[in-house]
Design a protein around this ligand. Structure first.
Ligand code: SF4
Ligand code: FES
Length: 278
């Protein structure tokens, strides 16, 4: 019998149940930790995750810790004739890409993890030009809402102030790359929902940037249409519909009325992006 088969856990593992911050949460086969958490009403901060799209795992905001279950062998070590225990190391993983496995002991809403998430959020802010008071998406922006949720008061790091293009060539949609956080939601939505391939990421590391798949590289020469999911899925103000500026006053916007941690906000956020609820 293998050593692994010899091991018995000191905790009882309930089939198809994970534990997040002390709460037992059921999951279905094939679900990720994020899927199971959201289905149970547990918020794990995220930016690049959207139910229904292939998980991408790029923003790392959903980082959680897994472990440590103390395990002990039922058989003795051959040489020492003593039983021994094994601690499965704690490890940090992305909840949106890690499959739920029965018995996982997961830490999510802890001061240490939220501090890491706040640092990631600060880095996203300083890497682009996020001038919230002048952005049409303010109050409807998930990056801004996550920053409030995590208690972010400033950018902490020196601003990059990158010089990036605004593509206003399309008749109804504009693209402001200053605000792009490279979450690839528009890339996946265009490919997986709209059946097009309007957006892509080019370059690597600090040079990574969003591009438009068209002969000129401009939106006007792409097959993007106002009704496309890719137009409405941007969590920040990088993709906006033209001629709808400030229709909902500040104070009545999504995150003026809701906490970002509320589960089931997706339809509200989408309706705001489509301007169907004014
Ligand atoms: S334009 Fe918006 S949705 Fe697309 S990658 Fe940038 S931030 Fe994400
Ligand atoms: S939501 Fe998991 S890495 Fe972005």
């Amino acid at each position: 019998m293998s050593a692994e088969a010899n091991m018995t856990t000191t905790n009882t593992v309930t089939p198809n149940t994970i534990n997040i911050d002390g709460q037992d949460i059921p999951f279905k086969n094939g679900q990720t930790i994020m899927d199971a958490a959201l289905a149970a009403g547990v918020y794990i901060p995220h930016l690049c995750h959207k139910p229904g799209l292939t998980p991408h795992g790029s923003c790392k905001l959903c980082t959680v810790d897994i472990g440590s279950r103390s395990m002990s062998t039922s058989a003795s070590d051959r040489r020492t004739q003593t039983k021994f225990s094994v601690d499965i190391d704690r490890r940090s993983v992305s909840a949106c890409t890690t499959p739920a496995v029965a018995g996982q002991q997961i830490s999510n809403d802890t001061p240490a993890l939220n501090e890491v998430r706040k640092t990631i959020t600060q880095m996203l802010f300083i890497e682009g030009n996020h001038l919230c008071p002048a952005c049409e998406k303010t109050g409807n922006c998930t990056l801004q809402a996550v920053a409030y949720h995590l208690g972010m008061l400033d950018g902490h790091f020196p601003q990059f102030f990158p010089r990036r293009e605004v593509d206003a060539s399309h008749p109804t949609v504009m693209l402001d790359l200053d605000r792009c956080i490279l979450c690839e939601l528009c890339v996946r939505a265009s490919r997986e929902v709209d059946g097009k391939n309007v957006f892509a990421i080019a370059g690597r590391g600090i040079n990574a940037h969003l591009i438009v798949n068209s002969p000129s590289g401009k939106l006007v020469d792409s097959d993007l249409e106002t009704g496309d999911m890719a137009v409405h899925i941007c969590p920040v103000g990088a993709i906006l519909i033209k001629e709808h500026g400030y229709e909902v006053p500040i104070g009545r916007r999504t995150f003026d009325l809701h906490q970002v941690g509320e589960i089931g906000l997706e339809p509200v956020i989408l309706a705001k992006a489509r301007h169907t609820n004014e």
